[in-house]
Design a protein around this ligand. Structure first.
Ligand code: ARG
Length: 659
């Protein structure tokens, strides 16, 4: 159901008689929007004022001539002109009710399929395996999954691919760790845990050595910054009122502050590491560990038998771990071609880049120079190694052959935007011009202290334990015995578990999706499992409320077969508002996919849930004055429930019938 599109169509017929310039017609149509003042209008067209100049007539006259020609009598109960020439439309409650009757019998609650379906590849989640998954991985997984679901629901052909990092340095790390630090018994008993431990052990030595090695550079940086401050200050002393110099001093001071902070925090990291004897010993026995790890990775890529055998042995364990997270979050991919899948295709990529005169040898490496970028894209290093970017080119070429996408989405952290800008530029030069590539980027997950989310001990939180915590909290909030008693809900533990799991996991997904994806957001467990406010629990609760009313209806013998075929009526204002919100589901979904912003969906669901609550405050359903009224309201209630459920499902969030 796209009422706005329908109204715009009607306007378009009229405007084609009044306006010659097609661009002006199109921009005029864009000015017909859902009204922000529901007491005045349901839709508003602010067309006439901007036409004053091009048509050379007063806006009121233009508005009048549009209204005179408009044919909206079936859809609208009133079409009026307000102020300096706004056209206000009120929908006819009878017409809207009939539309909702149609939506009711449609399993897709009135959402039509797009007329021109596109083939869309969604690359999301894509963690680097062999490191434990952490909260940062949630965003790509949850946002990508929702985009894939919505696009599919709208009728597009969607192919999802989890581009696992299964071939990178992290494998060099666990191979090295396995060779030098493994505990055989632990590895046999719990391979995933032991591999994680090895990863962390190697990683912390590398980080420590890198920190130590960076000190001279950082000290030099502080010295340079001091000198800059000195110079700028001297300059300012000579000309105290010069604005530019004042700014220079401020910038220099700022630079000094930053350089000093970086040095101090690195020194602190080193001091912390030095209080750990095992780490110090590891570092002494394994100097320049980073190079050794790179050596193991290079050997793996060269096809070294021992390393390949270890990789073959480790990979399934690493996959097991992430698959258990996906199972828990109910996330399924069509494909999981990891980076390793493309390894053998990489030499051909370099050849193709040379053949198309895009690649250039540079200092022994191979680069693609791109206008508008400071640095070229390196596709092969001096030592012959390929890079992340090379694999991404191979991946895009493979997807082109296999799927021929119209749209190719990469749901990845905003810190990789430079990489994707370059990648897309190269892909265009290669000739993949009919695919629209897009980096669907997102911000960082922050802790309540405003810094990247970490636990108190400073380590990044494991994803599994975080999910457990959300489920625990949900149990405390929703399955609180007092609350259940007041609500008249008796639940056994099995039911409570399902409710807590659905609400807890929903809370994490919803919190993530409800923030504009491009901004950082604060991960606040207390806030996200609340029953009030813009939370999944509130929307899920509203769904359960609708189900409870429908159950009580059945108990008083109003089974669906009696009311489902009755016509809906939107007599009260709140019924009309609720009906309007229901009618906007499809429009909202289309809009949310224009720039891939699932937060429009959470906003919609929150508004729908709030309107439903006002409706229940203001209108009797089971005790309505007439049976006819009761039946209409039951149907409205059922449609709200189904729309909430469908909306949550598109976010990857489940519902329960009682909570
Ligand atoms: N594995 C990468 C990371 O964790 C993300 C991969 C995203 N997808 C891609 N085709 N580059 O940073």
């Amino acid at each position: 159901m796209q009422i706005l599109a329908l109204i715009r169509e009607r306007f378009a017929t009229v405007l084609s008689e009044l306006i010659e310039d097609p661009k002006l017609r199109a921009s005029s149509l864009e000015r017909i929007v859902p009204s922000r003042e529901p007491q005045l209008a349901d839709y508003q067209a602010n067309i006439a004022m901007p036409l004053q100049k091009p048509l050379g007539k007063p806006p009121l006259e233009i508005a009048q001539s549009i209204v005179d020609r408009l044919n909206l009598t079936d859809i609208c109960s009133s079409v009026s002109i307000a102020g300096a020439g706004y056209i206000n439309l009120k929908l006819s409650p009878d017409w809207l009710a009939k539309e909702l009757d149609q939506a009711y019998i449609d399993p897709r609650v009135g959402v039509t399929s797009v007329k021109e379906p596109k083939t869309v590849v969604v690359d999301y989640s894509s963690p680097n395996v062999a490191k434990p998954m952490h909260v940062g991985h949630i965003r790509s997984t949850v946002i990508g999954d929702s985009i894939a679901k919505v696009m599919r629901f709208l009728g597009h052909k969607v192919i999802t691919d989890n581009h696992l990092g299964d071939w990178g340095t992290q494998f060099g790390m666990i191979i090295y760790g396995y060779k030098h630090f493994r505990n055989e018994d632990d590895y046999r008993a719990r391979p995933v845990a032991e591999l994680s431990r090895l990863y962390r052990r190697v990683q912390s030595v590398i980080a420590y050595q890198a920190a130590v090695a960076s000190i001279p550079r950082l000290e030099q940086g502080v010295e340079n910054a001091h000198r800059k401050v000195q110079l700028a200050t001297e300059k300012l002393n000579a000309a105290p009122n010069d604005k530019k110099t004042q700014k220079e001093v401020a910038a220099a001071n700022n630079g000094l502050k930053q350089a000093s902070e970086e040095l101090a925090s690195t020194q602190e990291k080193i001091a912390q590491a030095q209080s750990n004897p095992e780490l110090l010993q590891d570092s002494e026995r394994h100097p320049t560990l980073n190079e050794k790890v790179l050596g193991e990775t290079a050997a793996l890529h060269r096809g070294d038998k021992a390393n390949l055998a270890l990789w073959d042995e480790f990979l399934p364990h690493c996959q097991d771990e992430i698959h258990s997270v996906y199972r828990r979050l109910n996330i399924v991919f069509d494909h999981e071609f990891g980076e390793s899948y493309y390894h053998d295709m990489l030499p051909a990529v370099i050849e193709e880049l040379f053949a198309k005169s895009l690649a250039v040898p540079s200092d022994g490496a191979v680069c693609v120079f791109l206008p508008g970028f400071d640095a070229p894209m390196i596709v092969q290093k001096q030592d012959g190694a390929y890079l992340y970017a090379t694999t991404d080119i191979a991946t895009a070429l493979f997807r082109e052959r296999e799927f021929g996408p119209d749209v190719s989405l990469y749901v990845v952290d905003h810190r990789q935007s430079e990489h994707f800008n370059k990648l897309f530029a190269v892909l265009e030069k290669i000739g993949l011009v009919h695919t629209q590539f897009k980096h669907v980027s997102f911000g960082t997950v922050l802790g309540t202290d405003g810094k990247p989310f970490k636990t108190r001990s400073g380590s990044v939180v494991g994803l599994e334990s975080l999910l457990d915590e959300a489920v625990d909290r949900a149990w405390q909030v929703v399955c609180d015995p007092n609350r259940l008693k007041v609500a008249g809900l008796e639940m056994d533990d099995a039911e409570k578990r399902v409710v807590a799991e659905t609400v807890g996991l929903g809370a994490i997904k919803y919190a993530d999706l409800s923030h504009n994806r491009t901004s950082d957001y604060v991960f606040d467990m207390d806030k996200m499992v609340r029953l009030e406010g813009n939370t999944s629990a509130y929307v899920q609760y509203s769904y359960a409320r609708a189900q409870s009313i429908l159950r009580r209806a059945v108990a008083q013998d109003w089974t669906p077969d009696r009311w489902e075929t009755a016509p809906m009526r939107l007599a009260e204002n709140i019924e009309m508002s609720l009906g309007l919100q229901l009618s906007r589901f499809e429009e909202m979904l289309l809009q949310s996919m224009q720039d891939f912003t699932p937060n429009l969906i959470t906003e919609y669901l929150f508004d729908l849930a709030r309107l439903f609550s006002s409706f229940l405050d203001q209108c009797q359903v089971l005790k309505a004055d007439t049976e006819r009224e009761a039946f209409s309201r039951l149907k409205l209630t059922a449609l709200v429930g189904r729309t909430l459920k469908q909306g949550l499902e598109l976010l990857g969030i489940g519902v329960v019938d009682r909570m």
